[in-house]
Write a protein that binds this ligand. Sequence first.
Ligand code: C2E
Ligand code: MG
Ligand code: MG
Ligand code: MG
Length: 288
Amino acid sequence: RASELRTNSYCFYNEEMNSKAYERISLENALRTALTKGEFVLFYQPKILSETDTISGVEVLIRWRNEERGLVPPGEFIPVVEENGMIIEIGEWVLRTACKQVKTWLDQGFEISLSVNVSSRQFYENCFVSRIEGILLETQFPASLLTIEITESIAMKDINHAISCLEQLKGLNVQISIDDFGTGYSSLSYLNQLPLSELKIDRSFIENLANNGNGAIIDMILALGRTLNLNVVAEGVETIEQKLYLKERNCREMQGFLFSKPIPINELEILLKSFDRKDLKVNSSSLD
Ligand code: C2E
Ligand code: MG
Ligand code: MG
Ligand code: MG
């Protein structure tokens, strides 16, 4: 009967909702103690200078190592902590820990920069700039070697706030990069008003380089970078063909599995130390 059906489907839907809500609550609970339990881990992916095949810097990428869940990628928990606000504390931990770690390499004579991803909530928090300033002071990390990565949509969400915040960061000598460039909807005239230092071409354009159109988009971003005097980095370089295409067109820096996956700190240390201090040449074959 119709009423029975309705009841059944209501119950089914309700159970599904309950189990989803339960999953979410247990995920949030586990995340709540993750920081104090020391479950977050930082991986580093080298940035390569195209001209010399040397390491110019690293991007720090967070992972969550949980007893039950294993090594959880950021895509599975960053949106959750972004929504419930825990990203503020976690983001501060990422910045402080990465600055400390990279500073120890700087002190050993490796001249590398550090790129840190920042989410919308972090960026729009009132004391974002003073937090960064405080951490730079505390860790003695040189501001000019720190790059903050934000996406186009973060920058465009409140353009006036973004301009003022980025101007303050620039005043500290911190570098600004637009991550996943080309996938957002930023207005080019606004882009010109932001004190940027770098554009990172989104991985999707590199991945489908062979497909018609993507080569043209890459060429356009490279031309834009030249016009606005910005460093351009290609993300997600996986093949020699992609590398050659980018190198031929003077894309200054590359990142991707061809050179190295994101690796834990001890592996990066081995990688850095296995090369001459003044010539951190990457040898793709030694990096598996
Ligand atoms: P993203 O900043 O665009 O980072 C690049 C992502 O592409 C990383 O994924 C990296 O592992 C992956 N990748 C790099 N090279 C290649 C390649 O050659 N092929 C393929 N298939 N993938 C490649 P990951 O580590 O899972 O991070 C995903 C996203 O999570 C990041 O995208 C970033 O938006 C966010 N994220 C990571 N760490 C943090 C953090 O500490 N704070 C915040 N707010 N967001 C973070
Ligand atoms: Mg990034
Ligand atoms: Mg990206
Ligand atoms: Mg991304």
